[in-house]
Write a protein that binds this ligand. Structure first.
Ligand SMILES: Nc1ncnc2c1ncn2[C@@H]1O[C@H](COP(=O)(O)OP(=O)(O)OP(=O)(O)O)[C@@H](O)[C@H]1O
Ligand SMILES: [Mg+2]
Length: 239
């Protein structure tokens, strides 16, 4: 059974009289343990797809299943529970709370994990150390640089050990060294069996993936597996 499956799914944005097609009749399965890169030109529907896959937005039509369960009739609260239990997010638009400290931001998702306060502090501290921000632990996130904020977002997304991590341009604001550190986290997480889905423009990020999905005009243009950095096409041939 796939971890996530979407079937004949479309997303139409309606703004006053104007309709924009975000996703146009997409079907796709993501299995547990995959590392998927979503690529494609600006405006092609990558962020829309990621938001739908992460239950942050609902499709206009079509179906979404997680662990074989249809979520069509779930309330917003039920979707939020699924996100908290199974998913982590590293989104540029998915804001940190500016008035809270680095530590408080990273502790937020742990509230749902059944940990007590000392455990939450310990897990959050370890994550913050991992992203190299222990000297900023009590800074409000509004006082951090773009790259530092991005690292807090990664620490927060990974703190509750989610089954699947969604990231939208996670290395976009970063110098190449910080970008590679973050990529290494994703790689390690994936090695431990977690599923990673990342939108990226950068080929070095996509090269870490095991599968590359190209999106264009709201459709899937290609969907290929990568093995030993060679691309294996759906027909099994090596490009
Ligand atoms: N909230 C919204 N309301 C109206 N239209 C939207 C909305 N969000 C996205 N769109 C439109 O849907 C299309 C796909 O947008 P999306 O953000 O998914 O693109 P993208 O591939 O992530 O682009 P980029 O690489 O620039 O981030 C675009 O034409 C965009 O203008
Ligand atoms: Mg985008």
């Amino acid at each position: 059974m796939a971890l996530i499956e979407i079937k004949n799914l479309s997303k139409i944005y309606r703004d006053n009289e104007i309709e924009t097609v975000g996703l146009n009749n997409i079907s796709l399965k993501i299995d547990e343990g995959e590392f998927v890169a979503i690529m494609g030109p600006s405006g092609s529907g990558k962020s829309t797809l990621l938001q739908i896959l992460g239950c942050l937005d609902r499709p206009t039509s079509g179906q979404y299943l997680i662990d074989g369960k249809f979520l069509d009739n779930y309330t917003d609260n039920e979707l939020a529970k699924i996100r908290n239990k199974k998913m982590g997010f590293v989104f540029q638009a998915f804001n940190l709370l500016p008035r809270l400290s680095v530590l408080e931001n990273v502790k937020l998702p742990l509230i749902y994990g059944g940990y007590n306060e000392p455990e939450r502090n310990k897990i959050a501290f370890d994550m913050i150390k991992l992203v190299g921000l222990e000297d900023r632990i009590n800074y409000k996130t509004s006082k951090l640089s773009g790259g530092q904020k991005q690292r807090v977002a990664v620490a927060r997304a990974l703190a509750n050990n989610p089954r699947v991590v969604f990231a939208d341009e996670p290395t976009g604001n970063l110098d190449s060294k910080s970008g590679e550190i973050i990529l290494d986290f994703f790689q390690e997480l994936n090695d431990k069996g977690h599923t990673v889905v990342v939108v990226t423009h950068e080929s070095y990020v996509a090269q870490s993936a095991k599968r590359i999905i190209q999106v264009r005009d709201g459709r899937i243009e290609s969907d290929v597996l990568v093995k030993d950095r060679r691309i294996i096409k759906e027909d099994g041939l090596i490009k």
